[in-house]
Design a binder for this molecule. Structure first.
Ligand SMILES: *[C@@H]1O[C@H](CO)[C@@H](O)[C@H](O)[C@H]1NC(C)=O
Ligand SMILES: CC(=O)N[C@H]1CO[C@H](CO)[C@@H](O)[C@@H]1O
Length: 228
């Protein structure tokens, strides 16, 4: 018994040493692009060479290296509160959350959060395919359990942001976080997933990318998309 518990302590201590060696194990992801277009149709290539971004999240800074915005200030990832995450603030306001992110509150009009130093707003149509891209941030490596990405699309046209609870009634896709290009740099591996734009009247809608890393640990990115 004594032997067994000291063995357990040794294993735990060894694991602790090894996990502290993992570089940037705590890096977290965000939606890098909302409307990724592949260069070659039929081939999902999420690398910078494999396509281009034609629609972004709110106030998304341009010309930054892919996957680098977690070390920007403020960091791009927004971790919702862990207690009742279904009632958490849906889009980062730079203050709320277990880890506040950048300012992804709705601009008035929404177009003010796009263009110039920011990326363009997504313009799409019902039935079109949208492909969203994100960095793996060491959480899409082989042997890691694959986590899920939710895509929630508001039904409220040209309206104020709806609550997280309301967004959860409008999950339009569940994507596999680990759907990535191959590559050695696990932190910067490009990943993504595609879905069809559901039926909505013409207008501008809140689209939320929401990733669960651990139980009750959710990260979100918010974008306005114009459905034509
Ligand atoms: C997610 O994608 C990865 C990489 O392609 C794959 O290994 C894994 O089985 C997928 N997980 C699910 C739940 O589909
Ligand atoms: C998992 C989930 O939240 N699914 C919801 C997706 O959205 C539809 C309505 O658009 C709901 O009926 C589902 O419960």
């Amino acid at each position: 018994m004594v032997l067994k518990s000291s063995f357990t302590i040794l294993v735990v201590a060894t694991l602790a040493v090894f996990s502290s060696y993992t570089p940037q194990a705590e890096a977290h992801s965000w939606a890098d692009c909302i409307d990724w277009k592949f260069k070659k149709s039929g081939k999902q290539d999420w690398s910078d060479k494999g396509g281009k971004c034609t629609g972004y999240a709110r106030r998304y800074p341009l010309n930054k290296a892919f996957g680098s915005l977690d070390s920007a200030w403020p960091n791009r990832h927004y971790q919702q509160v862990h207690k009742n995450p279904s009632s958490a603030l849906a889009c980062s306001n730079r203050k709320a959350g277990a880890e506040p992110g950048s300012d992804e509150t709705r601009a008035n009009p929404p177009s003010k959060a796009y263009g110039g130093k920011y990326g363009k707003m997504t313009v799409t149509s019902v039935g079109d395919t949208l492909c969203v891209r994100w960095p793996g941030k060491n959480h899409a490596a082989k042997g890691q359990k694959s986590s899920k990405v939710q895509i929630n699309l508001s039904k409220s046209k040209n309206a104020k942001d709806i609550s997280q609870k309301e967004l959860l009634k409008n999950t339009i896709a569940q994507l596999n976080f680990s759907n990535c290009n191959s590559g050695k740099n696990e932190d910067r591996r490009p990943c993504g997933g595609c879905f069809k734009v559901p039926v909505r009247a013409k207008g501008i809608y809140l689209l939320q990318w929401r990733w669960m890393l651990n139980k009750d640990e959710w990260y979100t990115s918010c974008a306005d998309i114009q459905i034509k």
